[in-house]
Design a protein around this ligand. Structure first.
Ligand code: C5P
Length: 217
């Protein structure tokens, strides 16, 4: 039996680093919005899953017929709102994905969901290519670190419990919320350097290249 999956796609950010009127998740990429790419890829990789889109009140129509939930002041609050709104939906696994990441591969989406069978959750990670230093100036070994992407997937009951804890500043993703709640068996699976989060305007041009490149792979 395939797991029953809820996808929470967070797209309620204002994108202050992006510097345009229209938040980055609604910008056009190859004829569709960044958010639409993300939603279609999740739904195609996980047939039968239920997708919830978290949006700012003025963009609620961007859910395009899917369940829309109003976001909060932080990413954590936006995810929490979606978890509360979906409390009545039976699920084995909840995935959480940034609406600003348009290019998750089907393989990666299936890998994180599949890994939830043997773990509390799973996250896609990539090697760090820049050198790293602590803020005090000490060099650190980059081989000891991984950069964490989305979609992340978790056992639904555990993620729901983890999101009853109060927010902390270090909660930049959902795996950190799970770990703080004691659900620390989080598998790390292969992410993809092309699964970028649109952050600055030039990232759209990079994503256009990856979109074309990915179609040829
Ligand atoms: O700001 P950042 O790029 O880290 O945001 C990651 C994702 O979280 C984005 O898709 C953004 O739209 C979403 N977000 C949200 N609600 C917020 C802040 C961010 O849904 N209050």
């Amino acid at each position: 039996m395939p797991p029953r999956v809820i996808n929470i796609v967070v797209a309620a950010g204002s994108g202050s680093r992006f510097g345009s009127e229209l938040p980055k998740q609604f910008c056009e990429l190859g004829g569709r919005s960044v958010l639409d790419h993300a939603l279609e890829r999740l739904e195609n990789a996980l047939p039968g899953s239920v997708t919830v889109v978290v949006l700012s009140p003025q963009f609620m129509d961007r859910a395009a017929g899917r369940m829309a939930v109003a976001g909060g002041a932080s990413r954590w609050e936006s995810v929490r709102n979606a978890i509360e709104a979906t409390a009545g939906i039976d699920a084995d696994v909840i995935t959480v994905h940034d609406g600003a990441r348009p290019l998750p591969s089907a393989g990666m989406i299936m890998r994180v969901v599949e890994a939830c069978r043997g773990h509390h959750g799973a996250i896609p990670v990539v090697e760090v290519t820049d050198s790293l230093r602590n803020v005090d100036g000490t060099p650190v070994d980059r081989a000891a670190f991984r950069a964490v992407q989305t979609p992340q997937a978790f056992r639904a009951d555990m993620l729901r419990r983890a999101y009853t804890l109060p927010c902390r500043p270090e909660f930049t993703d959902d795996a950190s919320v799970m770990t703080a709640a004691g659900f620390s068996d989080i598998a790390m699976v292969d992410g993809d350097p092309m699964n970028i989060k649109i952050t600055r305007p030039a990232d759209i041009a990079v994503a256009e290249v990856y979109l074309t490149h990915g179609a040829r792979r």
